[in-house]
Design a protein around this ligand. Structure first.
Ligand code: SAH
Length: 359
């Protein structure tokens, strides 16, 4: 529908849902017809943008569409090799499913398109269903092998977390490599071993991967083998990270590099204080397991936690752990999860590499 202001001038084109807290979502700041041709044009533009910034000779998995940040509110499309995974968050986009699928087939010619709209957030838009399954073509193999920065990963598209892989940490996983040579690395919240394998590719001596999900760690072990690293040489702990940290501290364990990549602790404004305190506690405990001159690699994917607040988190963690922290690298989300100035709320991923010193 067209959106006009009080004077009758066009504001843009979008969709309206009186049930939703966000009643109006805009596609474009102009008059437009939202049909198959519109989506074809958008997907071509999105693909061209990704190709400018991704090396598709070493990486074949990326986010093609990131909802509002790409001007397509309520829609996420991830490319995994020959397959696409679609997530639909809103009623407005749910009604456009068939058009979206036709346009995706035209632009990307995938072997198959799989839907992973098994999302609670759909209820906020008044949707009662959480559809999952093949939308077009073949069902993806389970698990399905992708490539990222020259490494191989098995992705559980049908049953994994989100759409199967945390594509947003690609550049950050790569950044870890240069700190890993000859080091012992503790990867907390490891999921399917993304940071662990990056550390090994960077020459890490031994990697410990911790996750509460045994399915995630089973996949991590397969990913080790797939890249030529023997899982037997490394440690996998199916455990709550907080319990692991306390036990490791009690045993006097120490590591050269600790990676901290938890799920979002702050999901809404009401949990900001509670979640921030959890980040402080987590990073403090992680810092205490570092050898002197160790490296803390710490991330937060809560959009409510700004970069500035996260630096304060690190400052307080360091104070409590009696460490001095110097930021070596500070990064955000990669260009396939665009940080669009017209949608500042889309800024969510923070990633810091810090040198830690005992004081
Ligand atoms: N670093 C990963 C992504 C991490 S996603 C990558 O690069 O792919 C967050 C992970 O934390 C999930 O795998 C989830 O199973 C795990 N998790 C959530 N809460 C946890 C807890 N309390 N203890 C251990 N793992 C937890």
């Amino acid at each position: 529908m067209s959106v006009i202001d009080a004077e009758g001038s066009t504001v843009g084109t979008g969709y309206y849902n009186s049930y939703s807290q966000i009643a109006l979502r805009l596609f474009v700041f102009e008059e437009a017809v939202i049909d198959e041709a519109f989506f074809v044009g958008k997907f071509q533009e999105k693909l061209a943008f990704r190709k400018r910034f991704l090396d598709l000779s070493t990486t074949d998995a990326f986010r093609l569409v990131f909802s509002e940040s790409d001007g397509l509110p309520g829609l996420i499309v991830d490319v995994y090799g020959d397959f696409l995974v679609v997530q639909i968050h809103t009623l407005g986009m749910d009604r456009l499913r068939e058009t979206v699928v036709k346009a995706l087939v035209k632009v990307l010619k995938p072997k198959g398109i799989y839907e992973r709209s098994d999302l609670e957030v759909r209820k906020k838009d008044g949707l009662k269903t959480m559809p999952k399954g093949v939308l077009y073509g073949e069902e993806p193999p389970s698990p399905y092998e992708i490539r990222e920065s020259g490494l191989k990963y098995l992705v559980d598209i049908q049953g994994g977390q989100k759409t199967g892989f945390f594509l947003d940490q690609r550049d950050n996983r790569f950044a870890l490599r240069k700190y890993a040579q000859g080091k012992t690395v503790l990867n907390l919240f490891s999921y399917s071993g993304g940071f662990s394998i990056s550390a090994l590719a960077g020459g890490a001596k031994q990697v410990t991967s911790v996750d509460i999900s045994s399915a995630a760690l089973d996949l991590a072990k397969k990913n080790f083998t797939l890249n030529g690293f023997d899982p037997e040489d490394h440690i996998f702990a199916v455990k709550d990270v907080f319990d692991f940290l306390d036990e490791a501290q009690a045993k006097g364990m120490r590591y050269d590099v600790v990676v901290v990549d938890p799920p979002a602790f702050v999901k809404n404004q009401d949990s900001l204080n509670h979640g921030t305190n959890a980040y402080i506690k987590l990073n403090q405990k992680a810092l205490q397991l570092l050898n002197d001159d160790g490296i803390l690699v710490s991330s937060s994917c809560s959009s409510h936690v700004t970069s500035e607040l996260f630096r304060t988190v690190l400052f307080k963690s360091a104070l409590q752990a009696k460490r001095e922290l110097v930021i070596l690298e500070q990064k955000n989300q990669p260009p396939d999860h665009p940080l669009n100035v017209n949608f500042p709320e889309g800024e969510y991923l923070k990633f810091f590499v810090c040198a830690a010193k005992k004081v």
